[in-house]
Design a binder for this molecule. Sequence first.
Ligand SMILES: Cc1ncc(COP(=O)(O)O)c(C=O)c1O
Length: 367
Amino acid sequence: MSKNGIVKLIRPDLVNITGYTASKSPEEVAATARFPINGIIKLDANENPYGCSPKVLEALSKYDSFNIYPDAGQRELRKLLEGYAGVGAEHIVASSGSDQMIGLIMQLFVSPGDEVINFPPTFDIFRFAVTLCNGKVVDVPRDENYDVDIAAAKKAITKKTKLIVLANPNNPTGNPTPQPDILELLDTGVPVLADEAYVEFCGETVTPLVKEYKNLMVLRTFSKWAGLASFRIGYGIFPPEIADYLMNIKMPYSVSAASTIAVRESLKDRDFLMDRVKKIVAERDRLYEELKKIEWLKPFPSKANFIFCHVLNGTARQIYEGLMDRSIIIRYADNHVMKDFIRIGAGKPEHTDIVIKAIREIEAERA
Ligand SMILES: Cc1ncc(COP(=O)(O)O)c(C=O)c1O
């Protein structure tokens, strides 16, 4: 069959899809890097600079049943997460990273033409997942402080609205949405997905409300606080009825046995990992204070593990490239939603020092 013949068979709404712009993997950076790969300071994907618990590595090296499929019912995993999340296992479904759960939730709720309310600038996987279902993203832009415009969100609700998606705290801006605002969204009756990927750095959660509100879903991940981004382990907390549906539509073995081990060992080592979270939070706040001293940057306070900054003089791309030349990777954007912003992940104390020094060097070069 000719190439065109195949294209004719592809869903028309997906023929021109361009894919999600992911952060650069170490392999991708290594392919073009002018510096040794192990010298790279990677602050572009909000990863944990300390890595995972050593207990995870030890337990994995002893596991000898990788030839057997994992438990499709996620029994041990859901029980472990029950203790951590503070809600019964019947409320919990795990996934291969929380982004897979975003996709599943869209599959469950969004038919072609249905609408999903989104608050940009925000995590772009929401848009991507709606697009894959041939749904319509209804953008309700955040205000000048990046707070959600609740009145505008309520006005945007139509008969076709199936979901409201809210990253809390928001990525890339780092600010949380106050609980009374979330309650207002919940009171509309529309299903609300509160994505709490950064909850361990923030401390505020709406999880207890899941028992009360039949339209609330909360999303969590082990990627950030537990340093398991490459493991792909996330989970959602749902009213049991929604959890049952998600258990029924998920691919049976989407979460590996290795992930259950990683969760079990991370939770055993919770105090150790939370000490690291405290260090990252301290460094996030120091990074914010240091960036504030640079007159041509406008950093925003953050409750996550990164700092979002407007570049007031020069372009975000110049900063990105200047830092890249010094083996530091950050995220930047300069598009119709976001003009000249950078996002820098909170690293170890030495990373903050190196980043600030590099930004000052870039400033001197421009002068
Ligand atoms: C708001 C938000 N949700 C979800 C994710 C994805 O997390 P995971 O690694 O569990 O797929 C991220 C990752 O950066 C994020 O920022």
